[in-house]
Design a protein around this ligand. Sequence first.
Ligand code: SF4
Length: 307
Amino acid sequence: MTGKQLLYLTFNAFLKERFGERVQKITLDAGLTCPNRDGTRGRGGCTYCDASGSGTGAASQIPDVRSQALSGMQAMQHRYNAQKFIAYFQSFCNTYAPAQHLNALYDSVADLPGVVGLSVATRPDCLNPEILDLLAGYSKRLMVTLELGLQSCHDVTLARINRGHTFKEFLDGFALARRYPLRVCVHIIIGLPGETAEHVNETARELARLKPDGVKIHCLYIHKGTALEQEYIQGNFQPILQEEFVASVCDALEMLPPSTVIERLTGDPLKKLLVAPEWTLRKQDILSAIEQELLRRDSRQGQYWKE
Ligand code: SF4
């Protein structure tokens, strides 16, 4: 882990060590879709996913990703004086299109001055050798990260949230991606319907075994217009409490390898769309509660991890 004082390996610390300065992620919406929405794997999508495909919805205002990237980079230059950027294809499934179309999308941002990385979020069942070869081609000059959604290792939960894939399918996708020179970052969610702290611990244990390059830990929040909102209104789902979330995050951090970069530790709900839980809007409070809990335990990332 970089820096003795770090309780966990933050993405900022990792990027600073690798690139020598601040690197800012620019979120992009390529206007794609997802096999869990178009009927290929399912319809309606994951129960928590809103109309923007868990992204910004930027494609409805600025359809081309190069313009989105330029505008995002300009804003980050202004705000943080950032000079280096990661182009992050966030919304929907960013490997779910013909390779030629994906090539044009990735190309349109990969050569922008200051772009040092390409991050591509997708589902584990949306990978094939042609697309992985394409992505691997960029890794000669950029840091390329494939972001794979797992969410939970429990098939019962995956079915309940209408994920449209199993844990085994995630493992197959992960193993395939591992054959290419790509960083692999895995997303999990804490607070899923029907899950206890022990369920989350099992997911974290499985994840630790895979030694991913990066992990994003999200808190499940309810956005307006989702199937999860209906479950909540009907009294079939209760969101997790902040203290439960913090405890589960700390348990997961203790299990993960010290070398895994912790790329996110909260959700990122939009205030105007958020139904519950309201505490997920206070990101800094959550991060400091996690830090306090690790200090209270006299613990840190990797505390219980064994090779
Ligand atoms: S896989 Fe992603 S884009 Fe597709 S429905 Fe689920 S969260 Fe939304």
